[in-house]
Design a protein around this ligand. Structure first.
Ligand SMILES: [Fe+2]
Length: 188
């Protein structure tokens, strides 16, 4: 499936450690706290799995020279969360976007930059102003909840980057957790 500048693959097989991770996430999501707090709990749960060898199968670590690849690892049956692995070759990136729900990311391999933006209005129309630029390396996590989560993710390293993303949404139904893509001028 193509869309949002990426290709989506469905995974049929999970490693035992990946099943363990989805069990822990389920437990945190069922705590039933607000979106920002849920993102914090899931972030803590994800961190110890980022240096587990064999967490992903060889197929789930595969990239695509054309565009970054989304491997759907798990969609919770009650649609409360989804887990994907994104595989990026050097320089591959997302459009500027935001999400329909909370989102937690953790870098499994390589390095990713995350440029945040603020949406502003002028007489000529809407535009973006760059905000925080964060670089996350293997083992590092970040989490956020809408509103105000407009960002672009990019593989800023020299090798393949792999990151795990947990979305508080049903990726199986929506195909993506992206709410909107912002194709707007950027003013410093
Ligand atoms: Fe995102």
């Amino acid at each position: 499936m193509h869309g949002f500048g990426m290709t989506t693959m469905r995974s049929e097989r999970s490693s035992p450690r990946l099943t363990e991770l989805t069990d822990v996430i389920r437990d945190r999501v069922r705590a039933g706290v607000d979106q920002a707090h849920t993102a914090d709990l899931v972030k803590e749960a994800l961190r110890p799995f980022l240096d587990v060898p064999g967490l992903l199968t060889e197929e789930q670590r595969r990239g695509d020279p054309e565009r970054y690849l989304q491997h759907v690892l798990h969609v919770e049956p009650d649609a409360s969360f989804s887990v994907v692995a994104l595989v990026w070759l050097p320089g591959q990136q997302t459009p500027v976007h935001d999400h329909v729900a909370w989102c937690v990311t953790g870098v499994y391999q390589g390095a990713e930059s995350e440029q945040h933006y603020r949406l502003c209005e002028s007489e000529r129309g809407p535009f973006l102003v760059p905000g925080e630029l964060a670089t996350n390396h293997a083992g590092e996590t970040c989490g956020f909840a809408p509103p105000g989560d407009i960002h672009r993710v990019r593989n800023c390293g020299t090798g393949t980057a792999i990151s795990l993303h947990v979305y508080g949404a049903d990726i199986g139904e929506l195909g993506t957790s992206v709410r909107r893509v912002y194709d707007l001028p950027v003013h410093e």
